[in-house]
Design a protein around this ligand. Sequence first.
Ligand code: NAP
Length: 299
Amino acid sequence: MILNNECVVAITGATSGIGAALAVALAEYNVRLAICGRRKERLHTIAEEARAKGATVLELVANVSVPSQARGFVEQCIAHYGTIDVLVNNAGRGTYGSVEDTTQEMIDSMFTLNVFSLWHTTAAALPVMKRNKKGQIINIASVAGKQGFPCNSAYVAAKHAVVGFTAALRTELVDTGVEATVICPAGVSTEWADVTEGDSIGMLFGRGIKRSRSIAEQRGLPLAPLTKMMSAHDAAHIIVESILQPPHTDVFTHAGTEEQALLTAQNRSASEHQMLPFYLGVMQEYAERTNNKNNTSDT
Ligand SMILES: NC(=O)c1ccc[n+]([C@@H]2O[C@H](COP(=O)([O-])OP(=O)(O)OC[C@H]3O[C@@H](n4cnc5c(N)ncnc54)[C@H](OP(=O)(O)O)[C@@H]3O)[C@@H](O)[C@H]2O)c1
């Protein structure tokens, strides 16, 4: 895709993190942007930043968990600019909680936001893209769409569904000129890890990693192969590259994660053995925190 002042790019969830960094990175190409999120003031701040860098920006407050607002976001983008070239389905949120502690409300909200919204935004964009015989749907999944993580099951299941949705979408897009790409980031330094539903998964994983070091030592195991955090700016640049040059494969942003995902698919025991100190560390931390919470609420 050529990125210039004729190119229209719509991004969901652009008030913070990867979506905000992507809006600003794309602004360097003077594209026409449509961005959304629920926080009006944050949206305006990012829009102004992108305008200062050369983009034309349509800012639309929208909650993409509401189907009419998800569709409406894309429809308003098309009505305003007359077309849409790239749709980045980025809005998303995670969960905190073991399988037993994950409520129906959490499951519903994870799938409504991370998965169901994609149908509505994508369905609204496809007729125009198919008519133009060009366009790109970029779905921000996660490494959690390729492998499991403890105390995060509703999110992991939802991101696997994003990968499946995109796989099905691609089968409908053959010979149309429209591309669909899945991006699978690992840890990116954004608000994501602290705003997970239930409690902060970032805090749980951080403490679980600390515990995993002594577990590995006690059991004579190597440390679990965990990747370093990446900045939202660097993640955004990988997404920009995927727009400029469609990779025709799922994109793993962090070194080593594609190999881990492959190992998980091909040899589950070997993968579990590698990750064991991390899984145990997280589960021990979770059990201790849950016990403490229960004891506090009993007194
Ligand atoms: N950070 C990571 O480590 C990581 C790793 C893998 C994948 N991801 C994925 O990357 C994507 C971006 O996450 P991030 O790390 O940039 O997190 P973030 O900083 O928390 O940003 C999430 C964005 O989604 C928006 N959003 C949330 N709920 C929404 C709703 N109902 N309607 C519209 N917008 C909504 C938020 O805006 P408002 O709150 O203003 O609505 C915000 O702009 C997500 O899909 C996430 O699952 C993140």
